[in-house]
Design a protein around this ligand. Structure first.
Ligand code: SF4
Ligand code: SF4
Length: 721
């Protein structure tokens, strides 16, 4: 749970997790195994089609929560189920405590329920003198340790079997072996007796099916069946978002849920409960059954045009499984109650701004969660929106405001970059991995940024090179027919830090009779502003770029920065949606944006054999492979260039750059970078190429700092141009 009062305290807590070798190794192993398992589990299934169907069906349910609730209640009451609506977490807890009191229940067994975690139900019931036992193995372990889950599906993933053996030894007052099977047996033995003694069973529920008043439970341990059948009273606590019209809708989700959660084709137990079953412990031989629906902000969320999509979540936990930050710090630092990307969002709505405000800043925007979500939720964008909302509510930090003011004024921004070139001169030197670096960082940066060498600002920005002759060099000669018209979008890193990479990109496009323009009024794409929650400034620069290059004039808008490409394509229409007069232009602009590799490989069909037979490996930028779903073109270009492409482990895992993220969360950025560098070196390549100047900056800067083997780091355009 989040207890940090300040961002600095939160960062100190993150440091503790980063130092936990066991946690990192466990989550690493799980992340790698999960990817393979999931891929195999979805073989033969039209996954994009299934995601679209789930998203549409969930949207339909979310739009009529009240109607589905009324239908469920009517059908449930007809078969003897008592149905309650709790507006708040406290109300849900009070309803359940009252049910216990009215039915003279003293002991309770409980199966896994994130909704009960949300309401802190156990604490409430224990305060009332009730004895509650969790029966899911992971949940029981964390209950005994008095801590919350560190994963929504595997709540005790942060613990080793040795820690569990010690815990079980204390509980049973007997030395326990750390063999997992033996530990499971201990839990089974200890818990069996609890089921038999319990007066009440509390479960969650994955589905509440309105047309039959059926509760659906998806589990792997079978404990939920005992919880819902043995005690004389059963209470199911569900979020309102679990309402679904029919069994058919639930079964559709069930095709994705276990596959996406743990890579299982099918869950071990799918339990469907329609009405109270027979129960020998009850006077009339019929179990007493209650269903409590929790609102806790869900109805309001359902009315929010942008955020209602978070109610599609089926709680598979996959957005944590693939998150590089979760993998580094674990769930206790990457969520409050709900964990992972969805946790960063739900914390704000269910638990309030105070619990959410540090968490939401800890997202590197790698897009992994969006790519894995079976409900198609645009998690990274919504996380940034929450950050912006919180800043609107609490006030924007000075740093963000200054950056916004500076970037909105293109001439000022570019003037400062030109001035930086002069100011840095005494400190600049040539590196061994390519490019020029600032040799001695000013102390204000040096403390936590020393893990990578920082590049120097270029002597001459791209825009000056363009005007001084590059424009004539790469364009068709007068009288030649141009087959297409292209606008180049450099982004500020290629313009002012690595202009040679963008020159190489422009040259790789030359000779194809394409009329190539570089509209001089273009500015930063605005992604750093969006990352910092400075949305009005991000909108402003988006507008400037839209006005700088009229998409109607061009066939393509080409950029060799993967982050710019993804931001221009996906975020511009959204950022400018409050300008209906520009909606068409913004969409047209986005449609014409294409990344460098795809343009050169798929459109121009260029394959320049410039290579010298070197072993070249690849780092796939997050915003290219997931943001734009471009995977083949860059690898094909490496091979076509006359070099040998050698794969690198985890090519698609984030390098830790993340723009301003690397400045704010330097230690996580560094940990991700070191892992990336280890993989690159292990590939045996002498050159690493990538499609994003930000990734070049991170990887080259890290490689430059490494002792021993240095691998040359290039933008892919430099391999071709
Ligand atoms: S975008 Fe990446 S870092 Fe952010 S929550 Fe999603 S997976 Fe984690
Ligand atoms: S947001 Fe998506 S990936 Fe994350 S838990 Fe929910 S359904 Fe699963």
């Amino acid at each position: 749970m989040q207890t940090a009062q300040t961002l600095e305290q939160y960062k100190a807590e993150l440091r503790d997790s980063l130092d936990n070798e066991f946690l990192r190794k466990t989550l690493d192993n799980f992340a790698v195994a999960y990817r393979t398992g999931r891929e195999n589990a979805f073989k033969g299934i039209d996954l994009p089609g299934l995601i679209a169907e789930i998203a549409a069906a969930k949207d339909d349910s979310v739009a009529r929560l009240d109607e589905l609730y009324a239908e469920f209640k009517k059908n449930a009451e007809a078969i003897g189920i008592h149905v309650h609506m709790a507006r708040t977490a406290l109300e849900a807890n009070e309803i359940i405590a009252r049910i216990a009191e009215e039915n003279n229940c003293k002991t309770i067994v409980k199966s896994k329920s994130m909704t009960a975690e949300e309401t802190l139900l156990n604490h409430h019931l224990e305060d009332k003198g009730l004895h509650v036992t969790e029966t899911d193995l992971g949940e029981w372990i964390i209950q005994l340790r008095h801590e919350g889950p560190s994963h929504m599906v595997m709540p005790a993933i942060h613990l080793s079997r040795y820690q569990v053996a010690d815990l079980f030894s204390q509980v049973t007052k007997k030395d326990q072996d750390s063999d997992i099977q033996k530990l499971v047996k201990v839990a089974r033995r200890e818990l069996r007796v609890k089921y038999a003694e319990a007066d009440m069973g509390i479960s969650g529920g994955n589905f509440a099916i309105a047309d039959s008043a059926t509760i659906g439970l998806v589990t792997n341990e079978g404990n939920a069946r005992l919880v819902t059948t043995l005690p004389r009273v059963h209470v199911a606590l569900l979020g309102l978002d679990k309402l679904t019209p029919t069994l058919h809708d639930a079964l559709r989700v069930l095709r994705a849920l276990p596959r996406n959660a743990t890579g299982q084709q099918i869950t071990s137990y799918a339990t469907w409960i329609t009405g109270p079953n027979e129960c020998g412990a009850c006077e009339d031989n019929k179990k007493i059954m209650h269903v409590v629906f929790l609102d806790n902000g869900r109805r309001a969320l359902a009315k929010d045009p942008d955020f209602k999509q978070v109610l599609r979540c089926v709680r598979c936990g996959a957005c944590a499984n693939v998150c590089p930050v979760y993998r580094m710090v674990g769930g206790h630092k990457y969520g409050h109650i709900y964990i992972g990307a969805i946790g960063l969002i739900l914390t704000y709505f269910f638990h309030g701004r105070e619990k959410a405000k540090h968490l939401v800043q800890n997202c590197i925007n790698c897009q992994s969660c969006k790519a894995i979500c079976p409900a198609g939720i645009d998690l990274p964008r919504l996380i940034k929106e929450i950050h912006a909302r919180i800043q609107n509510e609490e006030g924007h930090p000075m740093q963000g405001q200054l950056l916004g003011m500076m970037m909105k004024n293109r001439k000022l921004f570019h003037g400062l970059l030109r001035a930086a070139n002069w100011a840095q001169r005494p400190f600049v030197g040539k590196g061994q991995t390519g490019g020029r670096f600032i040799r001695h960082l000013p102390m204000v940066f040096a403390k936590d940024q020393d893990f990578r060498a920082l590049p120097a600002v270029a002597e001459t920005p791209f825009r000056d090179l363009w005007e001084k002759g590059l424009k004539q060099e790469i364009n068709p000669k007068p009288g030649q027919h141009a087959s297409m018209k292209v606008a180049l979008f450099s982004g500020c890193v290629h313009d002012f830090v690595y202009p040679e990479q963008f020159v190489a990109a422009a040259k790789a496009m030359a000779g194809k009779n394409a009329q190539i323009d570089y509209p001089m009024q273009q500015s930063c794409c605005g992604l750093p502003l969006q990352m910092m929650g400075e949305l009005p400034a991000a909108r402003d620069v988006a507008l400037q770029n839209l006005l700088a290059m009229d998409p109607a004039e061009y066939d393509y808008i080409v950029t060799s920065c993967a982050s710019c490409a993804s931001h221009l394509k996906h975020n511009y229409p959204k950022l400018l949606e409050d300008r209906p007069d520009l909606a068409f232009k913004a969409t047209q602009f986005a449609e014409k944006v294409i990344d460098f590799s795809s343009f050169v490989h798929d459109v121009l069909k260029v394959a320049p054999k410039t290579g010298a037979g070197k072993k070249v490996t690849y780092h796939a930028p997050c915003h290219l492979c997931r943001g734009l779903d471009v995977r083949e073109a860059p690898r094909a270009l490496i091979s076509a260039s006359g070099n040998e492409y050698v794969p690198c482990a985890e090519e698609e895992v984030c390098c830790g750059f993340g723009g301003t993220y690397g400045m704010k969360f330097a230690e996580i950025s560094n940990t991700l970078l070191q892992k990336k560098l280890d993989n690159i070196v292990a590939s045996g390549a002498s050159v690493i190429v990538t499609d994003c100047p930000g990734c070049v900056m991170q990887i080259r800067g890290g490689m430059e700092k490494r002792q021993g083997q240095k691998v040359e780091v290039k933008h892919i355009a430099e391999l071709l141009g």
